[in-house]
Design a protein around this ligand. Sequence first.
Ligand SMILES: [Zn+2]
Length: 238
Amino acid sequence: MNDEMNQLIDLQKIDTELAGFDREISEQEQEIDKRRQSIDEKKEAIAHCQDRIKELQEKKRAIEIENEDAGARIKDRQNKMMQVQTSREHQALLKEIEENKRIVKESEEQLLATLEAMEQTENEARELENLLSAEEKLLDEETVTVSKKIKKIQNRRKTVAKKRDSLAADLKAPLLKRYNMLLTKRDGLAVVKTVDGVCQGCYMSMPPQQYNEVRKGDKLQICPTCQRLLYYQEEEEE
Ligand SMILES: [Zn+2]
């Protein structure tokens, strides 16, 4: 195999390693993001509870007013009872008193149900707040641990990245440019093995003539389907 090809193979190995570091870092960051998201969801749920409590307080106030008004009307009609002359007027007042008594009774029931709903929502909010503060504490701890881990990965990455720089500097500029472009466009894989005439990057077959050329390894060969740089390696060499 020619030297250029060997250099490219080494470069690909290093870039795969670097991509692995990047993946590790992003996995760590995702863990933190997940925790943050859960915290945001809790905060949203708490805000929702607080809105509900406010609504219930307004409802409670409205019911109390309705109750007081009905109570006042009952007193008012009871007072009027002393002054009425006819039994028709008397009947009308009685009817009104009955009606307002019904309102008082109903509003009292509504008031109880509203108070119950308020208590339930307040409990729910309290539970969420407990969970939230536990999760926030955990996030703080995890953030410290994760940033330490990331720093370690970054240090290992730096060493490998230096190796990459010196290796890349040895390559001819046009070839390096082509390699870098392939690396970006082909998901981090620019140099691939061939097995039985099949490119291990896109898993498409190449013409037998080309496969022979790849096996000879005299000249750079490009996959006709994915344009990756191809090489051949005896199985036992691995
Ligand atoms: Zn291919």
